[in-house]
Design a protein around this ligand. Sequence first.
Ligand code: G1P
Length: 292
Amino acid sequence: MRIRTAVFPVAGLGTRFLPATKAIPKEMLTVGDKPLIQHAVEEAKAAGIERFIFITSQGKTAIEDHFDSNPLLERTLAERGNTKELEKVKSSQLSPGDAIFIRQQQPLGLGHAVWCTRHLVGNEPFALLLADDMIIGGAPCTAQMISAYEKLGRGNYTAVMDVEPLHVSRYGILDIESDDGWIVKAKHVIEKPAPHRSPSCTAIVGRYILDPMTFESINIHNLGICKEIQLTDAFYPMIQAGIPFYGVRFAGQRYDCGTKEGWLEANIANAFERNDLREKLLTTLKNLKIRE
Ligand code: G1P
């Protein structure tokens, strides 16, 4: 079945990035000249996604505004003949009816956020993108995930990467059944294990292709680690029911833009990839090094 829907959980409080995120959603922090959420939406579009479902919460209306039209700004830019800027404003708009915004009323975790979309997604596989995880370089990560799905068929898929043994407790971790260097099949997946209990160092990155059975498998009455309803906890019952779990080793570098360090690195990597910014970036870094 073709993947045509993407879900974007954007209800989180962004506490790791205060005070920047006190009055603006963390998903509106910019990498280059685009907010993180626009990078994620563009990645989904590049993979052929047609329906965009955002799970928001209070204080997140800037996200809706960003994907809406802005008639005053557009009129002013048109009158001034600023065609390039006008094009940027227009291309960040989602087509009428393609964007759906719903609210997660309480911060109950990623599993609960995804479960909130069950009536909207319906009975078809869908993509899930965590906008804080930005992937730079390589083909768009969601397209890589869909390629794996098209090859292997029904299952749950997440992007994966190997992390430092001491960092496993920040991630969902795979208990590996087989690994061919591209696809890692898991027999179990554990959210944020303690390092001494972790089955491996292969960690989930925020790109998923999910089977619709996920909605039934998310147990909204069961709080997992961090007292949240964890999406990761939904995978093991599905593995037992015969729905395989595949980790996809993707091409590209992942940056955790939910942290100051990761966001800064992503901005540098983004500028380095851009012809209009690379030279200036390198000069600035060189000058800083001289002053060091
Ligand atoms: C979430 C997932 C976790 C995954 C991580 C990737 O955790 O629950 O399995 O490894 O995203 O960024 P969070 O970062 O929301 O705590």
